[in-house]
Design a protein around this ligand. Sequence first.
Ligand SMILES: Cc1cc2nc3c(=O)[nH]c(=O)nc-3n(C[C@H](O)[C@H](O)[C@H](O)COP(=O)(O)OP(=O)(O)OC[C@H]3O[C@@H](n4cnc5c(N)ncnc54)[C@H](O)[C@@H]3O)c2cc1C
Length: 286
Amino acid sequence: MRYATPASAKEAAGLLSKEKGAAFLLAGGTDLLVKLKMGMVEPDLVVDIKRIPKIDEIQTSAKGFTIGAAVSGAVIGEHKGLRAAWPGVVEAANLIGSDQIQGRATLAGNLCNASPAADSVPAMIVAGAKAVIVGPNKKRTVPVEKVVEGPGKTCLTKGEVIEAIVLPKPEPRTGDAYMRFIPRTEMDIAVVGVAISLKLERGVVKKAKVALGAVAPTAVVVPAAARALVGSKLDDASLEKLAAACSAACNPIDDKRGTVEYRTRVAGVLAKRAAKLAFQRAGGAL
Ligand SMILES: Cc1cc2nc3c(=O)[nH]c(=O)nc-3n(C[C@H](O)[C@H](O)[C@H](O)COP(=O)(O)OP(=O)(O)OC[C@H]3O[C@@H](n4cnc5c(N)ncnc54)[C@H](O)[C@@H]3O)c2cc1C
């Protein structure tokens, strides 16, 4: 197995695209190294992006935030600007694993691993996050909700590398939240995850976006759930409609960690809680 430390995302893309054998990009390694140790992958080439200048930094501009592909959950959690702007994204990133995992795990790695239960993905989707993708010949920017195409499958073609995740500056009176249900208090995979962002105008929900995790092969955006919130002050009727829309959008697996019926019901319950938190974060009074 060869190990490379390119100096730019373009160089990383070139190395990955030219490799004839099995080539893998290494970010935090919290998924890749587990697969390697379990013999699930046998790389001929590992391309470690962590020595690319600025790839471990969060840049802030008038437009929002550019989070380099090697920025860890721990660094995200300590970033005051990001915590104030997108607390739901930060809480989702910080739910990933233990302190040790937090020191390494990245948003781009969580996205590219393409697990249906990835915690940060629904949160990034409702925040309007985009992935900046660098290939050997061209660069493109893709909304996060279009990156994952199925379990373990993304839209990235051979050699393409996510250089950064871009989050917009939130509009005034916007709030977001992410909640997940796991069978124990930590270090487990979501049985259901719910992310909601909403914008208020004079105390009423003007815009909303709702995404579910772990209840289908990919994260699911639920427009009917967003419609249930728009125009409301989060009264009981709108919350019941939200819960019903979320439950209706579920197409989960049935396993020992949660039956289809259970996951479907929990999605509605969590959606109501996440909506209330996002509403309060947007400055709404309940
Ligand atoms: C103990 C433990 C607990 C965990 N708990 C959780 C949890 O609670 N919630 C959760 O969602 N996940 C969890 N995970 C999974 C994992 O930590 C996350 O998915 C993490 O965000 C992966 O990021 P990484 O940088 O470590 O990815 P890596 O392991 O480096 O990469 C993952 C995959 O994505 C590819 N990749 C990574 N970065 C890029 C990029 N920039 N461009 C293109 N391809 C890329 C890699 O080639 C690899 O195939 C856990 C893992 C462990 C070991």
